[in-house]
Design a protein around this ligand. Structure first.
Ligand code: NAP
Ligand code: ZN
Length: 359
């Protein structure tokens, strides 16, 4: 624990939830000294992922309070350990969900550390030294060099921050399931943080992108601002069936709450693939009929490995892909979380960590 870990001597200001009412308040805590494999990062921006909301409210029953959320972190390096030769002071960098992995298993060796059985996350994890990890809703982070990526100079650090989780989470399955063949048809279910980046990657890969959403108000923006080709309102089952049956090669489902998979599966062509990346607190029902009548596949995917995260960042640099964000001051994190819970976000809140308080 931080209090009893001897080299946790650096005092950091951050923001934490103390219990499952999920309210965020200022919180001062300790971080470790910068070790030889570490870099120290002055955090400038941190995205607010729906996973943060699940955690502060203990939706999944795994939260260790106090919790300092945040795994869409960008900032500038202020200190470099002697082994962290890939980085220098002043570098613009990002940290996503990973804080530690075993470094030895087949997944760690294959740059798929995210599937390491001993994976520990940037917050609510247990680091190698036994301390509980605290995330990016804070002013400074000490991170092991293996879990830090460079942010291309062309990308602004605020609008790039959500790429560290939302971005890689949709990029990774798109690559793995070969969703980068121009002309193929992708469906994106849920137009929030993950969903809006999925549209952008889809268009960059030359795909035809259909949004499947519960929010009629998002249709215009999805098409005009984000470049989606089509929009299906999932609350209208008749229209779902008429307009989309057997029309899509793949679907990425980002929905954060329990919902029905049958009508979504019907949208897939024969042999199409549905990848679930949303993390509802209750299991989803998987009906057999639309599965076997269409020889369809259902898969899951969790964030991505570090090599792929850097690849995604560089891809975004090259194609000028950033997130559509609403910047909030640290004083307004609770408001942002409330709005995220109400599905009132276009399309990612990002905390401006350095912004002065209102008081
Ligand atoms: P978000 O910004 O809140 O977007 C989720 C979208 O789902 C909403 O914008 C909404 O889109 C749709 N939705 C429909 N019904 C909903 C309901 N009852 N409650 C909430 N959303 C509903 O969330 P996000 O940050 O993109 O994250 C989405 C999910 O992915 C979360 O469960 C998160 O924990 C999970 N996640 C997983 C990974 C991974 O590695 N697999 C990584 C990051 C996040 P419409 O208005 O268009 O219907
Ligand atoms: Zn996330």
């Amino acid at each position: 624990m931080t209090e009893t870990t001897p080299n946790h001597t650096q005092t950091v200001e951050g923001w934490a939830a103390m219990d499952s009412n999920g309210k965020i308040a200022p919180f001062v805590f300790k971080r470790r000294e910068n070790g030889e494999d570490d870099v120290t990062i002055k955090i400038l921006y941190c995205g607010i992922c729906h996973t943060d909301l699940h955690h502060v409210k203990d939706d999944w029953g795994i939260t260790m309070y106090p919790i300092v959320p945040g795994h869409e972190i960008t900032g500038v390096i202020t200190k470099v350990g002697s082994n962290a030769t890939n980085f220098k002071v002043g570098d613009r960098v990002g940290v996503g969900c990973l804080a530690a992995t075993c470094l030895e298993c087949e997944f760690c060796k294959a740059s798929e550390e995210n599937y390491c059985d001993k994976v520990q996350f940037t917050y609510n994890g247990i680091f190698w030294d036994g301390s509980i990890t605290y995330g990016g809703y804070s002013k400074m982070l000490v991170a092991d060099k293996r879990y830090v990526v460079h942010v291309p100079d062309s990308l602004p650090l605020d609008a790039a921050a959500p790429l560290l989780c939302a971005g890689i989470t949709v990029f990774s399955p798109m690559k793995y399931y070969n969703m980068s063949q121009p002309g193929k048809k992708l469906g994106v279910v849920g137009l929030g943080g993950l969903g809006h980046v999925a549209i952008k990657f889809g268009k960059a890969f030359g795909l035809h992108v259909t949004v499947i959403s519960t929010s009629p108000s998002k249709e215009k923006e999805a098409k005009e601002r984000l470049g989606a080709d089509d929009f299906i309102l999932s609350t209208d089952p008749e229209r779902m069936e008429q307009s989309g049956k057997r029309s899509l090669d793949y679907i990425i489902d980002t929905v954060a709450a329990k919902h029905s998979l049958g009508p979504i599966l019907e949208l897939l062509k024969v042999r199409g693939t549905l990848v679930l990346v949303g993390a509802p607190d209750k299991p989803l029902d998987l009906p057999s009929f639309p599965l076997f009548f269409g020889k369809r596949n259902v898969a899951g995917s969790m964030i991505g490995g570090m090599k792929e995260t850097q690849e995604m960042m560089d891809f975004c640099g090259k194609h000028n892909i950033t997130c559509d964000i609403e910047l909030v001051k640290p004083d307004h994190i609770n408001e942002a979380l409330d709005r995220l819970a109400r599905n009132d976000v276009r399309y990612r809140f990002v905390i401006d960590i350095d912004a002065s308080s209102d008081h």
